[in-house]
Design a binder for this molecule. Structure first.
Ligand code: XMP
Length: 307
């Protein structure tokens, strides 16, 4: 696959399908949808939107804004933090979370499409998304929101220019365009890294712990980082000591995983000093956390995300 040819061909396909109609495209700031946004950027009849779900990492909105500005990608930021948090109230089942998030995204897309007079939705679905969401012969493992959450009666017509690509091909084409390599981050965001109900307080804690972990990893590695490195908030309280007092705090799990395409993977073996520094900083900076564990499970039997 030649990147230049792929980009040309995708633009031609979009043009043929869209003609004079309008489309909206939601970009999460991840590798796949950023590539699609770069491909779609020249089209005046495609409105690119970036939804702040409130389930994003620290500074994510700013990171995406700088990236899009650098690559001349015009977009509209939609603040939907309260909508997502309200819709997730009381929900603990992971698949339920994904479905609610999928539906919330679709409601937002529908509203945006109506505002823009669009009949089409451009989506950055790639091959592993639909394979793992049960689109092929395999059982549904997780209903990834960008596939499993789409309601059957959705009025918008889908255009999925990347749907035959695998991760390595996305990376190659992105590199050709000069787009930075970004660590995969799931559509449902931090919600599937909080085991149990999602609340603002837990999101705050997880955002801080994730930021600390990312900063240490980014400072430690040049280029050969694990595929994904992140934290998970566990609703497990354990006893600890804080100064001279007994503490009773929550647990953060750290997960580093190496994989080629996200379909199978092995847990990374970072050095203990790195993990030790991350652990100390999280427990020093976040008083609600007094225990850190490291996930030593491959995929399979575990999945990469905990939910
Ligand atoms: P799992 O947890 O299924 O993760 O082993 C494989 C890859 O997919 C990401 N992931 C998701 N991405 N919506 C997404 O857009 C989702 O619901 C979702 N669940 C997992 C995960 O981060 C990993 O890169």
């Amino acid at each position: 696959m030649n990147p230049e040819q792929f980009i040309k061909e995708s633009r031609r396909k979009i043009e043929n399908e869209l003609k004079d109609n309008k489309a909206i495209m939601a970009c999460s700031g991840g590798q796949d949808s950023t590539l699609l946004a770069a491909i779609a950027a020249p089209f005046k009849n495609i409105r690119i939107i970036f939804v702040d779900t409130g389930l994003l990492r620290l500074n994510e909105v700013n990171r995406v804004d700088s990236l899009f500005k650098k690559f001349n990608i015009n977009y509209k930021l939609i603040d939907a933090k309260n909508i997502f948090l309200n819709n997730l109230k009381g929900i603990i089942d992971p698949e339920e979370k994904r479905k609610i998030i999928g539906r919330t995204f679709i409601d937002i897309f529908n509203k945006e499409a109506e505002n823009h007079g669009a009949d089409y939705l451009l989506q950055g679905t790639i091959a592993p998304d639909w394979i793992e969401s049960g689109g092929a012969s395999r059982d549904t493992i997780k209903s990834h929101h960008n596939v499993g959450g789409l309601p059957a009666d959705m009025k918008l017509r889908l255009i999925e220019p990347l749907r035959d690509l695998y991760k390595d091909e996305v990376r190659e084409i992105s590199k050709y365009l000069g787009l930075p390599e970004v660590m995969p981050f799931p559509g449902p965001g931090l919600s599937i890294r909080i085991i149990g109900e999602v609340t603002e307080d837990k999101l705050d804690i997880l955002r801080k712990a994730t930021d600390i972990t990312e900063r240490y990893v980014n400072a430690k590695y040049n280029g050969d980082k694990p595929w994904q490195y992140f934290c998970v908030f566990l609703p497990v309280k354990t006893t600890g000591v804080h100064g001279d007092n007994r503490s009773y705090g929550n647990t953060i799990a750290i997960r580093f995983i190496d994989t080629l395409d996200g379909m199978t993977g092995t847990f990374s073996r970072p050095d203990w000093e790195l993990l030790s520094s991350i652990s100390s900083e999280i427990t020093d900076e976040i008083p609600e956390i007094n225990r850190i564990v490291y996930d030593i499970t491959d995929k399979p039997p575990a999945t990469i995300e905990w939910e």
